[in-house]
Design a protein around this ligand. Sequence first.
Ligand code: NAP
Length: 319
Amino acid sequence: MATQSTSNIDMAHRAQLLDVAAVATQIKEEAARDVERLWQDHQVRPRLAAVLVGDDPASAVYVRNKIKASEEVGIRSEHHALPAQTSSMELLDLIASLNEREDVDGILVQLPLPSEIQQQKIIEAIDPQKDVDGFHPINVGRLALGRPSLVPCTPAGVIELLDRSGIPIAGASACVVGRSQIVGRPMAQLLLQRDATVTICHSRTLDLAAATREADLLVVAIGRPGLIGREHIKPGATVIDVGMNNVTDEAIARKLFGGEAEKRIEAIRKRGYTLVGDVNPAEADAVAGRRTPVPGGVGLLTVAMLMRNTLKAAKLRRG
Ligand code: NAP
């Protein structure tokens, strides 16, 4: 019963914030060492080609962060910025040329694409060996068969975070909220592969809180700011917040951040928004055992794992 589990909350309790930034830095440092080794042993330097179509500001920031991380770890990179009016044909031509190039190891097409372009067709055009996002049906199929090769970066990063934070997965009751191809589904596959007992929830789940409250590991990727509250969380659970939402309303920020709302409201006044996850942080703090912050959370892991995937693709193809 929700009322039972939440009424026992110790008001002095505060969930531990997982140090996601430290884990992301560690993964990038390891990638940098491996990049150097690949150069020493095989004179190969991995190269990532990032493709951005249109002028969505959030997508531009994501691509910039990925290019910056590549430079940090010694991966060569190139940025193909195409106008919003780019046709599917033009994009397919670019992908075909990147597929052919021997020096390109990873191809990343930043999603979402403008609505006129058929996203799935583009994903399927990428050489599966260069598919560092792990979205190509071949890589999705490999993961489903339990033979992962290039795995989507965000869920793979969550597994790294759990492992490096000493949080057991095998035998745990895990709940993934969201069933997207990018996060929810591969997340559930990876947890299953690591012997968790996995429940997947989505917008048609009848009693979301009843399902999520069973979970020792709760991973949320829905794109709904602060939707997961106290009633959704089992006391002591580990809550991984994948959501990244721009909140522009001061009243919502006040509701989500309680005593710490002032900083967020200041951000809204200064730049028009504040970045918020899918979990209500003030409520989660009162009941969860551990949680990830937003910002400074899972997004950092996504970029770090992209570096690792690019390195892996280079090694698989020509290492
Ligand atoms: P998406 O493709 O829009 O999928 C959202 C999923 O959430 C769908 O499966 C949907 O269910 C489910 N959902 C929506 N509202 C719900 C509700 N009220 N209750 C239960 N389930 C609900 O989103 P996505 O690409 O997976 O991204 C999810 C969030 O993660 C977004 O905030 C995104 O910005 C963020 N994200 C962050 C990173 C990172 O690096 N941190 C990476 C990727 C995405 P249906 O299937 O039934 O529609």
